[in-house]
Write a protein that binds this ligand. Structure first.
Ligand code: DGI
Ligand code: FE
Ligand code: FE
Length: 198
């Protein structure tokens, strides 16, 4: 997609994504798109890129996790040993691959926002932070603690919102005896020291 927002392309993309997702995952996806657009307005990012990245971020999510792993191997996607173990994080790299190969997205900023939406990464771009945060705060999410606080924070201090989300996510994963991806830890440590320096 070029810089100009192509309405026809967007409507087709929306239909394609709808066909790939469960009803609730599609609802979540539209929530991420909508929230990402609002955060882009607030923080001065490209609204259309935020919408497309939001729409595509979970495009690989509704496939069986073992099939996701097979697809990653088939397309020689660079996955770590952690990702092989924590299969719930695979859909972000696979989704980034499909976004390029199947949905013909050429913009690397959009691709990377999809690629890093689950674990984040140190020193994220503005669009990467917007998708990471939107995924957590979009209106149909209702499980996480501190949601009200984090939602407000996201529109005031995006780096702190990223930090708070990572903190709560890591805590949740530890409580549930899940293996923590090194990227999640690295991202957490980066934002922790960034906030200390401010
Ligand atoms: O795809 P979504 O449900 O919208 O959200 P997501 O992509 O942020 O997260 C997918 C799952 O990945 C979620 O249950 C939390 C989990 N996750 C995130 N970081 C890690 C992780 N799971 C493990 N095991 N380790 C991680 O570091
Ligand atoms: Fe996801
Ligand atoms: Fe999501």
């Amino acid at each position: 997609m070029n810089e100009k927002f192509d309405k026809k392309y967007y409507m087709e993309l929306r239909q394609k994504i709808k066909g790939k997702l469960s009803k609730s995952r599609y609802e979540h996806t539209l929530g991420v798109e909508f929230t990402a657009a609002a955060l882009a307005m607030c923080h001065g990012a490209d609204i259309n890129k935020a919408r497309i990245a939001g729409l595509l971020h979970d495009c690989a999510k509704c496939m069986d996790e073992d099939v996701q792993l097979k697809e990653c191997i088939k397309y020689k996607i660079d996955i770590t040993s952690y990702e092989k173990e924590c299969k719930s994080v695979l859909h972000s790299k696979l989704g980034a691959y499909y976004s390029k190969a199947v949905y013909k997205i050429e913009d690397d900023e959009i691709i990377n926002a999809i690629k890093y939406h689950t674990t984040g990464r140190p020193d994220m771009t503005l669009l990467e932070k917007i998708i990471y945060v939107s995924d957590y705060i979009e209106p149909s999410r209702n499980q996480a603690p501190n949601l009200e606080y984090i939602r407000k924070l996201s529109f005031n201090d995006l780096d702190r919102a990223v930090y708070e989300i990572l903190k709560d996510t890591l805590e949740y994963l530890k409580e549930n005896n899940q293996v923590i991806d090194t990227s999640s830890n690295d991202t957490f440590e980066f934002y922790k020291s960034l906030l200390k320096r401010q």
